[in-house]
Design a protein around this ligand. Structure first.
Ligand code: SAM
Ligand code: SF4
Length: 334
């Protein structure tokens, strides 16, 4: 098989596809308060185009696909996309990242369509802080969808962006969830993306969170990290796991195995670089699959060795707003 290998020998087997750049939240760590101008009507990939892209990618060794956004659950044809991918592509692990606000009624249909796993973003266990961070008073809905997803037996991860103001008590609250539920709680460092409220002093280095967690539970590493971005540990004596994603202070570029595709069909080799390879013509106008394969191959060849934090891990004392990269998370897909 034609495997996707970059110039540094890393094998790419993970594709993140943004289904939309629209969203019903206004998370301060993701978008500016006034929002981001939406794409032009008709510029987003259609359901057929997404399915075709994933089918071609699966023939090149892509085994894991994550559907993201914007908020992917706003796509009216989401079930068609999930079912189409499962039907036509050899994808072992099809997952979705969602803010969870519209998830509850879609859980059963998503399961039926073949979705394997769900990541729910939940940055606070306190309703007011949730609203302050996400711009909407939706904690009860998101928490409810989380509980329902777990009850239905979906493998669930909770994404928690660690933005300054995350309290000691909340870290403990999330630790308790990882002990009592069979889920993985993943703490993410706040990345300096364009349009977000990022400032160096708002970053909580991941090791601070790790140390708080370790004061309260035993963390058991049960295998090599491999191509996973998160250091993921079992909670000793508990049901779940805790992951730590230190994009800035503990860069994982050396084991990166992913490329991203924006909702408009641009392949993005790295979140932190400006390079984009358009799928446009190949995807749109009935061209053969070869054009899609070429674009994927080129994007993988253009993967940088690492981002700026690979050589120089983030240090708040030397950081400034000049570290903000041009990527807009909501457009590229987190
Ligand atoms: N709307 C969906 C959601 O929030 O889960 C999917 C898209 S969102 C861009 C994907 C993930 O990126 C979320 O877990 C979100 O918390 C994370 N994210 C967004 N901006 C971030 C930032 N500046 N630093 C770290 N993670 C971020
Ligand atoms: Fe929307 Fe997700 Fe960005 Fe929040 S993190 S604004 S929910 S895309």
């Amino acid at each position: 098989m034609d495997r996707l290998t970059d110039t540094y020998g890393r094998v790419v087997d993970y594709l993140r596809v943004s289904l939309t750049d629209t969203c019903n939240f206004r998370c301060t760590y993701c978008v500016p308060p006034e929002g981001v101008a939406p794409s032009l009507p008709g510029s987003m990939m259609s359901a057929n185009e997404v399915v075709r892209l994933v089918r071609v990618a699966s023939g090149m060794g892509i085994r894991r696909v994550r559907l993201t956004g914007g908020e992917p659950l706003l796509r009216p044809d989401l079930l068609e996309i999930v079912a189409g991918i499962k039907r036509s592509a050899r994808i072992e692990d099809l997952s979705i990242t969602t803010n969870g606000s519209r998830l509850a009624p879609l859980l059963a249909p998503l399961r039926q369509a073949g979705l394997d796993r769900i990541n729910i973003s939940l940055d606070a266990l306190d309703r007011q802080r949730f609203q302050d961070l996400c711009g909407v008073d939706a904690y009860p809905q998101v928490r409810g969808a989380f509980e329902d997803a777990v009850s239905m037996g979906f493998p669930v991860k909770l994404n928690v962006v660690a933005v300054r103001g995350l309290s000691y008590d909340e870290v403990l609250g999330f630790t308790r969830i990882a002990r009592e539920y069979p889920v993985e709680v993943r703490f993410l460092e706040f990345m300096p993306l364009c349009g977000s409220s990022w400032r160096p002093e708002l970053v909580i280095p991941i090791d601070i969170i790790r140390r708080i967690v370790k004061e309260h539970v035993e963390l058991v590493a049960d295998g090599p990290r491999g191509a996973e971005v998160a250091e993921s540990c079992r909670v000793g004596g508990g049901l779940g796991r805790i992951g730590f994603i230190g994009s800035l202070t503990e860069s994982f570029c050396d084991s990166c195995s992913r490329v991203r595709v924006t909702s408009e069909g641009q392949v993005r080799p790295c979140l932190f670089s400006d390079v984009e390879v358009p799928l446009g013509e190949a995807l749109r106008h009935g061209a053969g699959d070869a054009g899609i394969a070429d674009a994927l191959r080129l994007a993988v060849r253009l993967k940088p060795a690492g981002n700026l934090y690979r050589e120089r891990p983030f240090d708040r004392s030397g950081a400034s707003e000049s570290h903000i990269v041009s990527a807009v998370m909501k457009k590229i897909g987190g």
